[in-house]
Design a protein around this ligand. Structure first.
Ligand SMILES: Nc1ncnc2c1ncn2[C@@H]1O[C@H](COP(=O)(O)OP(=O)(O)OP(=O)(O)O)[C@@H](O)[C@H]1O
Ligand SMILES: [Mg+2]
Length: 461
């Protein structure tokens, strides 16, 4: 049995020790008196290792005293490392191995090493694997010993979120002495990060509204706070580099765009930003969109649009997800066909297929896709539902109806193409992802099915 290394996460270490011991997850679970699901979640990094569990696992694996000590220490380390603020959902051990994306990783490495503009932005459809690549950025930066600041925006974020969360998270994780050195020249940073009050020199408080006392206006305070943030990231980078990783920036607060743009333009070239966004969710004309446009115009952003995985990589992802319980050729092929290269679909359909014999779409995937579809204008959604019942590829002629002028129909089809749901082919309009068609069709009651199909109750190809 090999010796554990302290650099591994608990999840990776446990998996390795189990394999070294020649045990399946079932066998380990049985010997440790745990459920297979618990062992699997621990190995995926989905679950925090409890002390009691770690002891049982160590016994079941018959670890040496030294190995046991490292397993316990790694579990403790993982517990401490777990972030409190919103953070990248996949920037941890649960990400699993990265499949494919060879050119993207090469580009990412070059970016982190300092090549090209300061911002690398991943775009692409929901579930296409943007967060997974950000997790890779975190891993590469961490592996190189570069400080990595991360945060993910959430729907409804306001103000400086998530950027300020990334900074706050760094403050929390940095030992006091190192932090004191980093904030030495950052007077005013407490205007953005109140947790630093007392640790940075104070500026006069802003007035709301302007009072007669000679104090800062809100604008002046904001500018000084922004400059302080620039000095802060420069100080964290020091003579090396710093990586700022931001996920789902389409939901960033209105002020976050201004702060990010200020940081990117003013901080030194050692600050490397990697971010991800869903193009369809960017609100045109929003403050954040304006800032992004401005950075783009200045040549400071390189955008990489992620595409679905090619067939061979899709198969590899299914295999990697299935792990010790491969699906079998038939089911594997069906998952790959339904998912059409979208990693989220591949992962979730594989998990569902592994858990039971049915090939139903897991409910959370149905919800996730449903939420995306809900963003469509109502008539476009209704049109897509109708198409979903007809076939994967539908000729326009079949859609022309008395109650809808043709140019209106074409406009709706255009919208569906912009949302990445349909592609135009020579034979007509085709659902890009069979799974989306399935979900649309499944959302219809039998009454409407009959109405639209003239008696035929099931969609067919
Ligand atoms: N290249 C890859 N190799 C292995 N797993 C991947 C790859 N790309 C994505 N995944 C996995 O597929 C799932 C979906 O990917 P991810 O969450 O990165 O997509 P996303 O584009 O960030 O989606 P969302 O629109 O929900 O933010 C995750 O479980 C992720 O770990
Ligand atoms: Mg994501």
């Amino acid at each position: 049995m090999s010796t554990p290394s302290r650099d591994e996460s608990f999840a990776t270490l446990l998996t390795r020790l189990r394999r070294d011991a020649g045990m399946t997850q079932e066998r380990l679970a049985d010997r440790a008196g745990l459920s297979v699901r618990a062992v699997s979640s621990l190995e995926c990094g989905d679950r925090r290792p409890r002390r009691y569990t770690v002891e049982r696992l160590a016994q079941a694996l018959r670890l040496s005293a030294e190995q046991r000590a490292v397993l316990v220490a790694t579990a403790e380390g993982d517990r401490r490392r777990l972030p409190e603020a919103p953070s990248l959902p996949t920037a941890n051990a649960s990400a699993g191995p990265l499949i494919g994306r060879v050119a993207e990783v090469e580009e990412l490495r070059a970016h982190l090493a300092g090549a090209g503009p300061p911002v690398l932005a991943y775009a692409g459809e929901p579930g296409i694997g943007r967060s997974r690549l950000l997790a890779e950025a975190v891993a590469i930066g961490g592996g190189w010993g570069i400080p990595v600041l991360t945060a993910a925006a959430r729907r409804g974020d306001e103000g400086y979120a998530p950027l300020v969360h990334a900074l706050a998270d760094h403050v929390r994780r940095t030992p006091a002495a190192a932090l004191a050195a980093q904030v030495r020249d950052c007077a005013g940073l407490d205007l953005l990060l109140p947790e630093l009050a007392g640790r940075v020199r104070r500026l006069p408080a802003p007035t709301f509204p302007a009072a007669t006392l000679p104090v800062l206006s809100a604008d002046q305070a904001r500018r000084l706070a922004f400059d302080a943030a620039v000095r802060f990231v420069d100080a964290i980078a020091g003579t090396g580099r710093l990586v700022l990783v931001l996920d789902d920036v389409q939901w960033a607060g209105a002020d976050a765009g201004d702060l990010l743009s200020h940081l990117v333009r003013r901080a030194g070239p050692q600050v490397r930003v990697v971010l991800a966004y869903r193009p369809a969710d960017v609100v045109a004309g929003s403050r954040f969109a304006q800032c992004a446009e401005e950075l783009g115009r200045l040549g400071m952003v390189r955008t990489r649009v992620l595409r679905p995985l090619p067939q061979s990589e899709a198969l590899a992802l299914v295999d990697a997800t299935a792990g010790d319980t491969p699906l079998g050729a038939g089911r594997q092929a069906r998952v790959v066909r339904r998912a059409a290269g979208v990693p989220l679909f591949l992962v979730e359909l594989t998990r569902a297929a592994g858990q039971d014999e049915s090939e139903d779409v897991p409910w959370h995937l149905r919800l996730a896709v449903g939420r995306e579809l809900a963003a469509l204008p109502r008539p476009v959604f209704a049109l897509l539902q109708r198409m979903a019942l007809i076939a994967t590829t539908v000729a326009v002629e079949r859609l022309i109806a008395d109650d809808m002028p043709t140019d209106q129909l074409l406009e709706y089809l255009d919208v569906a193409m912009r949302f990445g749901i349909l592609d135009e082919t020579r034979r007509g309009f085709r659902f890009r992802y069979p799974l989306v068609r399935e979900i649309l069709a499944a959302g219809l009651g039998p009454g409407r099915r009959r109405l639209w199909l003239g008696g035929k109750a099931h969609p067919h190809d």
